[in-house]
Design a protein around this ligand. Structure first.
Ligand SMILES: NC(=O)c1ccc[n+]([C@@H]2O[C@H](COP(=O)([O-])OP(=O)(O)OC[C@H]3O[C@@H](n4cnc5c(N)ncnc54)[C@H](OP(=O)(O)O)[C@@H]3O)[C@@H](O)[C@H]2O)c1
Length: 329
């Protein structure tokens, strides 16, 4: 089968090769001897794969390896007792190996793709929406009627967070850096949009009537202190990632003075050994797709062979929504 591999750790432009490799067995490293085989139609591209081309992500396989953490496609084979069957349309989190014509995923990370979504949207469903749901509902204890400030709101996690927040009955304020990203955040459903180079903290406090309840932050960097300042009493900042480059530090007296919280949210590590939680989140996502709250925003699409262009778009801060490889052409 055709696949794209990372063959050296030299960055997005030079690290990749298009190769011909053997199809995988129906066995996943997380569930040895068992796995769902998927004929891949579309594969997701995300920030971690940019980091993997430089050897900077926490998952560091030996080169050469096939990256690609998530796919959408059609089940070719599934283990007994799995929730999906051959022929089913699915979205699946395979962790690695998704940039290929056939991928394998654990049964508990494979979800029926609702009819409302096409394969490209399915390739953006698991990583971003499960992360956003886990971050807001499980870690952030988001309640109906609360207000959420979403950083990087035109990105993959950001557009998902906007839709999940609204689907859970909260108001979503998007923070973005450009006009085009403002358009995407509005398309995702943001109630209000503020600009990262403007007085966004004061605007968020005004819009929310005194302070937001939750900030979800996939960006990090020097905006973190203002995120804390934008909270109302009892507010929570949820730490999801650091696309801005630097890892913020917190002066914890701020938390004491204002009765606020900083909450870490690492979806993959938390849910890995918890199949029941995965299914529970999958069911919640399914409900939000069916009631119209979730419609993944697909941004740029590339052929599998153009994966380097997809990575460079993300690396250059140019991506919006979910970047997708059309594996089946
Ligand atoms: N914790 C978890 O479980 C988990 C799960 C999935 C992903 N993540 C992490 O979440 C982060 C976001 O992922 P994503 O897929 O949403 O990425 P993305 O689609 O590329 O969006 C990231 C956003 O970050 C903002 N940004 C600010 N400074 C940037 C810079 N120097 N370079 C690139 N972007 C910059 C951009 O928005 P503006 O231009 O509008 O500022 C961009 O839209 C990544 O760090 C990823 O590893 C964490």
């Amino acid at each position: 089968m055709k696949a794209v591999q990372i063959v050296e750790l030299s960055g997005p432009r030079d690290a990749l090769r298009v190769v011909d490799v053997a199809e995988p067995e129906a066995s996943h490293p997380m569930t040895p001897g068992s796995g769902v085989l998927v004929d891949v139609q579309a594969a997701g591209v995300s920030f971690p794969e940019v980091l993997q081309t430089r050897g900077q992500y926490q998952v560091k396989p030996e080169v050469p390896f096939t990256p690609g953490s998530e796919v959408a496609g059609v089940v070719r084979a599934a283990p007994d007792g799995a929730g999906v069957r051959p022929g089913d349309r699915v979205a699946a989190f395979c962790m690695l190996g998704g940039w290929a014509q056939v991928a394998v995923a654990p049964e508990f990370f494979t979800f029926t793709l609702p009819d409302e979504l096409d394969f490209a949207q399915g390739a953006g469903l698991v990583l971003n929406y499960h992360t956003a749901y886990f971050s807001l509902a499980v870690r952030g204890r988001l309640a109906r009627g609360e207000t959420v400030l979403v950083h990087g709101a035109a990105g993959g996690v950001g557009t998902a967070a906007v839709q999940i927040a609204r689907g859970l009955g909260a108001q979503a304020i998007a923070v973005v850096s450009t006009d085009e990203k403002e358009r995407v955040a509005r398309e995702a459903g943001a109630d209000e949009v503020v600009r990262s180079d403007g007085p966004w903290k004061d605007e968020a406090k005004e819009i929310s009537g005194g302070g937001v309840d939750v900030v979800i932050d996939p960006v990090g960097g020097d905006r973190f202190t203002d995120s804390l300042r934008s909270l109302r009493e009892g507010g929570r900042v949820i730490v999801v990632g650091f696309t801005g480059g630097s890892i913020p530090e917190v002066r914890v007296n701020r938390l004491l003075l204002n009765n606020t919280e900083v909450i870490g949210s690492g979806w993959g590590a938390y849910v890995l050994g918890k199949p029941d939680l995965n299914r529970e989140i999958g069911e919640a996502i399914d409900r939000l797709v069916r009631d119209g709250s979730i419609r993944p925003i697909v941004g740029a699409r590339f052929a599998l062979e153009q994966a380097a262009d997809a990575l460079e778009l993300i690396d250059g801060r140019g991506a919006t929504g979910k970047v997708v490889l059309d594996v089946a052409g």
